[in-house]
Design a protein around this ligand. Sequence first.
Ligand code: F6P
Length: 422
Amino acid sequence: MSTKKNILYAQSGGVTAVINATASGVIQAARANSDKVGKVYASQNGILGTLKEELFDTSLESDEDILALSHTPGGAFGSCRYKLKTPSTNPEQFKRLFEIFEAHNIGYFFYNGGGDSQDTTLKIAEYADEIDYPIQCIGLPKTIDNDLAHTDNCPGFGSVAKYVATSIREAGLDVLSMSATSTQVFILEVMGRHAGWIAAAGGLAADAEGAAPHIILLPEIPFSQQDFLNKVKHHVETHGYCAMVVSEGVKDEHGRFLSDAGYVDAFGHTQLGGVAPVLAHIIKKELGYKYHWAVSDYLQRSARHLAAEVDVAQAEALGKAAINMALEGKHKVMLTIERQNNDGDYGWEIGTAPLTEIANFEKKMPRDYISEDGMGITTKCRDYLIPLIQGEAHPPYRDGLPYYVKLKKVLVKKKCSTTEVV
Ligand code: F6P
């Protein structure tokens, strides 16, 4: 067996328009350091693929395709919403994982995900320490929700922020044109379960008095129907229309989601989606305005054509940094983005933070990023957000459409017993 250790990379949780840029960064840097590290195996569908010994051999992909991965949305290797049990509640699961690590000479485990996914990285790291197994576990941040602790921002968020702000600015112009004789209200529903970062980013579009969005609803602020209706009415009467961005995670004063679809996913999260029609109905009933609503849903998460250049750059740099950090001996950490203020100019560097302080945490919007009435953003929030949506990173186009790569994805030959322990 080679003395060089192989890398196991996996994608977990909700994917983003730039998660593959991180994968690309890992693979590019591993190739550049082939004298020190072995192959990069990519687990199919996150940790589930590891448990099933479904590992793709990325060494069989061309350099060209690995570069093209950087501009391809979705999760190229498949993702999962799956939480490992604990070694005491399911010891077989951990034995199985480490049997697979050993069989494939894995010395580095890079898990690319949000707060719930970093629970997996941490559990594996702690178990490795407990059994004294030589593997370095590093979390790579990713989530459009921008709610990971310790990192200034999360890869995937900047591009969604740009998409949402662009969409509400464009839709706002449309509604304004129609408002004299037709639609007066437009509601754009965006993701972000418990943290309002994405909805807040919509506020970047409001660059002048009366410009959309006129209202932003955030999960951090309990919904007050009367205050909301007063504001809608005020904007329709003042500007002729009211366009708003609302987070799927808006809750009533009892903490209940306005859009609870009635079931939970494997991370224990309530399935959301549908707050826009709920609000539209209230507006129609109480104020009588004609409305349109849209749920940006997966469109926002996959909108690579509108990605922010800085987001793509950070996602790819984190992947590359994972190799350097691993070679420096880092373990049980997640890589972070640290904001640098260079004489007022935005800059960023990559740092690390302990996984114990990241797994299962959600970073909410600070109160001073939210306007006093709870339905807008402050200058402080704008100042934080603006650098994160900068730059264009257009994918290549073929026949008028973005060109996205499809990898070969060849599975490695299984070496372990076929029993899956899930
Ligand atoms: O985890 C990020 C996220 O995009 C949330 O904003 C959203 O609520 C959720 O994922 C949707 O998850 P799924 O794609 O599993 O339905």
